[in-house]
Design a binder for this molecule. Sequence first.
Ligand code: ZN
Length: 141
Amino acid sequence: MDQKLLKTCIECDEVIRGRTDKRFCSDSCRSAFHNRDKFQLPATYRLIDHRLKRNRKILEKCYRLLESTKNNSSVLERMDMHLNKMNVKTLGFAFDYYTHKDWVDAKEYTFCYEYGYRFTENNAIVLIRRMPFDGDSVYFV
Ligand SMILES: [Zn+2]
């Protein structure tokens, strides 16, 4: 596919303009990233943590959108637009990063924190929200 992934600053999550090899949007973000936690957490930890949180943020955004339109007749179109695999990836979603997997109603979901998803046969994404240690899930298919 020719869609480009948006690159975001690993400190503040702003979209980075310009060169594609940049990791920070500004010098102040670079210093903040390197100065904070320098002696506490290894960089790998922070990078993975950042990925997971960004994934969660994207799923939350999709979930809110679906929630706000669930009684609306245009909901199906909107879901096509926002919850197809390629489009979610274009938002910067990293499918390799997740917090856990769990079975809900005999289907396996991949979770980033409280948001879980699974693929249907035609590569659409079913999104659910489930608070940890809580049996109740809210579905959007
Ligand atoms: Zn930044």
